[in-house]
Write a protein that binds this ligand. Structure first.
Ligand code: SF4
Ligand code: SF4
Length: 411
């Protein structure tokens, strides 16, 4: 999944809307969802009555936190008025004292002063897609004319900065940047991009139901990329940039669970909702055979209890023997089931990027272990400095890991 979402405490449910279905003003050739080639399509944005019906039901089940992610296509094509309606509905239906989180993933080209002001006012977290400096970015992220979008994206980012909007960077790793880890890392530093995540370029569509899993980069090249970038990231022992995949690994070394779905024990409970109301369990499983219902016709509880949901959730824990006997299983949890090869319901191969993960795990283990130990010591120091007493050796650690103090920050 490409967006950060806070898991709602009562539903335990993430919600992602495909705001304008696959409609987009760009024509990136590696897009795993879009097929409109940057051309105008008919009106595809979510209809108000669908939105209202869903938000009303969803809000009944929330406990303190309501989380929404807006994706596309390009979600900004829905227009500002659409999003003003969204926040109005969220406020109208939210139980008292609910914190409402909105995350939006955009190609950045349409962000102007009005959008930046809106994002700031309603505290949206904005994910912007950028693949590196112009000579890399403009190889794939183009308009249908073939013109690159780099300048327009950076203009959008300038507006976000001007209005102090929280944003992060999503970079697709493809044939043109997979060997350029140092250049990419330098680019993030120069541009002061401090929150970054990567996704490898997929050579299949989310709507595709075939068993073929293919990417534009090889596992070996991705493994090398991750290791090279890791060395730059950790160079002086104190990373300055938050790189999601490395943060997740560090989290594991700190005895806390990862937040990246592919390395969690099970797929998080998510509803991905198409603009026509059709619901799917994951952004990578948007096929009829995984359709859970439609928010216009089915209740939220009927959608959540649909047998296909349980079937989907079982996929991740159906591990091949290679994973079951893998020394990194507690770190990797078998990766993503969409990346495994399935034939007649049986897995024939582990995650396409298995060897990339193994390479990174082996390469990073020692350095991450000592960084984790250093951070634990700092936490312990801060805990005591703030007037708390340390737990006894066999009591639960104060950091919330669930481990005994002696096995965690007390080591
Ligand atoms: S199938 Fe599971 S692990 Fe893979 S992207 Fe979807 S939620 Fe994440
Ligand atoms: S590293 Fe490979 S074998 Fe090990 S759990 Fe992950 S996908 Fe499975």
């Amino acid at each position: 999944m490409s967006c950060d979402l806070t898991v709602n405490e009562r539903h335990g449910l993430n919600v992602m809307w495909k705001t304008v279905s696959n409609y987009c003003n760009l024509a990136c050739d590696y897009c795993y969802f879009n097929g409109c080639n940057g051309m105008k399509a008919e009106e595809v944005k979510i209809q108000t009555h669908l939105l209202q019906k869903f938000i009303k039901q969803y809000m009944k089940g929330v406990n303190k936190v309501a989380s929404f992610a807006w994706q596309g296509g390009e979600p900004l094509l829905a227009g500002l008025d659409f999003f003003y309606d969204v926040v109005e509905m969220q406020v109208a239906f939210a139980p008292p004292h609910t914190s409402i989180n909105n995350v939006i993933q955009t190609n950045g080209t349409l962000i102007n002063e009005q959008w930046a002001r809106f994002f700031k006012q309603y505290n949206f977290l904005v994910g912007v897609s950028i693949d590196g400096p112009p000579e890399i970015h403009d190889r794939h992220r183009t308009y249908s004319s073939g013109a690159g979008s780099y300048e327009a994206v950076m203009r959008g980012i300038d507006w976000l900065r001007k209005y102090e909007v929280d944003f992060n960077i999503l970079t697709v790793i493809h044939e043109e940047n997979v060997q350029l880890a140092d250049q990419l890392m330098q680019f993030y530093e120069q541009e002061h991009f401090t929150y970054v995540q990567w996704i490898p370029a997929m050579n299949f569509k989310a709507q595709d139901n075939s068993n073929t899993v293919d990417y534009f980069i090889s596992p070996a090249s991705y493994g090398n990329f991750l290791c090279d970038a890791f060395d730059i990231w950790i160079k002086e022992g104190q990373p300055k940039t938050s790189i999601r995949v490395f943060d997740n690994l560090l989290t594991h070394h700190m005895n806390h669970p990862p937040e990246l779905c592919i390395h969690q024990e099970s797929c998080p409970k998510t509803l991905v909702i198409e603009s026509n109301g059709d619901v799917y369990p994951c952004d990578f499983y948007m096929h009829e055979s995984f359709k859970l219902g439609n928010v216009d016709e089915d209740s939220l509880s009927a959608i959540l209890t649909h047998p296909k949901y349980a079937e989907f959730l079982d996929l991740k824990s159906t591990l091949p023997e290679t994973c079951r006997s893998c020394e990194y299983l507690s770190l990797c949890h078998g990766g993503c089931p969409r990346n495994r090869r399935w034939i007649s319901g049986k897995i024939t191969n582990p995650d396409y990027f298995c060897t990339s993960y193994r390479q990174l795990y082996a390469h990073s283990q020692e350095k991450l272990s000592s960084l984790a130990q250093k951070i634990r010591q700092e936490w312990k120091h801060d805990w005591v400095e703030s007037g708390h007493s340390l737990p006894a050796r066999n009591e639960s650690c104060f950091c919330g890991s669930g481990l005994k103090f002696k096995k965690c920050c007390g080591r």
